[in-house]
Ligand binder design. Structure first.
Ligand code: MN
Length: 315
């Protein structure tokens, strides 16, 4: 992989073109190997001359991702990016986003990071568009390869021992620690299933009430400010950073600033008037929030069956 290849690929995607299948296979297979060998919780530090950008859900909104890069800069050796899951589904350019993020992962494996989201799963891809999009733009093998690579993605990233970044949120049991995440062998299960640590990391949401409550989604549960406070205290964290839910300002600080949501798909599904956001973190580990607006995109209908009752839920 080279920066020139990525520049050329970005242009092709902007112009509604695909890349040759042989490149698609190579990119996915290379990244599958890289991420398979990463730990379940990647642990990284921000060195003196480095900036890290944390992004939330992009959901196939390729033109909005291009806008994010235009405003905030492309990934480089000194400008790290972490994409916190839900790259695909819902929007019409999920293959473009997944291939672009994978190309960067291949180019810079130790300064570009990907966490798995609840949409990097077979069940969701079948209903929310990614499987159909792979078959429409490429073929079934491309979907199968993506599916295998999604199963290999890390589930969390620990930034400077201060911020735990994961797609959904915290756990049904207060006893779960960072060490339990470290020890979790994600390769034992390809899909998150209906219970257990992996499912909870990808699916849970915060709530304002203390304690825990049932999920609006029918999968996972909700955790209150006291749960977040105990988890952060027990694990020496300043905050958790999660995504998974749209926020009107693109981000939100909840639970006394200890639970931060970041969502990077502005005007989500072309129907919510939300901003997108991303978080920049420098060597001082202070969080700098940025908001951005959606940009126009070609008029291609999302490859989702909007008649499906399953499509009415949140991200
Ligand atoms: Mn999600």
């Amino acid at each position: 992989m080279t920066p020139e290849f990525i520049t050329d690929m970005m242009e092709r995607f902007k112009n509604g073109k695909t890349i040759h299948k042989k490149y698609v296979y190579q990119i996915i297979i290379a990244v599958q190997k890289i991420v398979y060998n990463e730990p379940t919780m990647v642990e990284m530090e921000i060195e003196d001359d480095v900036k890290l950008t944390v992004c939330g859900d992009t959901h196939g909104q390729y033109f909005d991702l291009m806008e994010l890069f235009r405003l905030n800069g492309l990934p480089t050796e000194k400008h790290y990016y972490l994409f916190n899951g839900d790259f695909v589904d819902r929007g019409s350019w999920s293959t473009e986003i997944a291939l672009l993020l994978y190309a960067y992962k291949w180019l810079r494996p130790s300064s570009f990071f990907l966490n798995r989201g609840n949409h990097e799963t077979d069940d969701m891809n079948r209903v929310y568009g990614f499987e159909g999009e792979c078959k429409a733009k490429y073929n079934e093998r491309v979907f199968k390869l993506f599916s295998e690579s999604f199963s290999a993605l890390p589930l969390a990233t620990l930034v400077g021992k201060k911020y735990l970044v994961l797609h959904g949120g915290l756990f049904s049991d207060d006893k779960v620690t960072l060490d339990d995440i470290r020890k979790l062998n994600r390769h034992n299960q390809r899909q998150p299933g209906q219970s257990g640590l992996m499912m909870e990391m990808l699916w849970t949401d915060p709530q304002t009430e203390p304690g825990r409550g049932p999920s609006k989604r029918g999968v996972g549960m909700q955790f209150g400010p006291d749960v977040t406070k105990r988890f952060c205290e027990n694990n020496g964290l300043e905050a958790i950073i999660r995504s998974h839910e749209v926020r009107m300002e693109g981000y939100e600080e909840e639970h006394d600033g200890k639970c931060i949501t970041v969502f990077s798909a502005p005007k989500y599904c072309d129907s919510t008037e939300n901003k997108g956001a991303y978080i920049n973190i420098g060597p001082d580990y202070k969080l700098e929030f940025h908001k951005f607006d959606a940009v126009p995109h070609p008029n291609i209908r999302p490859m989702v069956s909007f008649s499906s009752p399953l499509n009415l839920g949140p991200c």
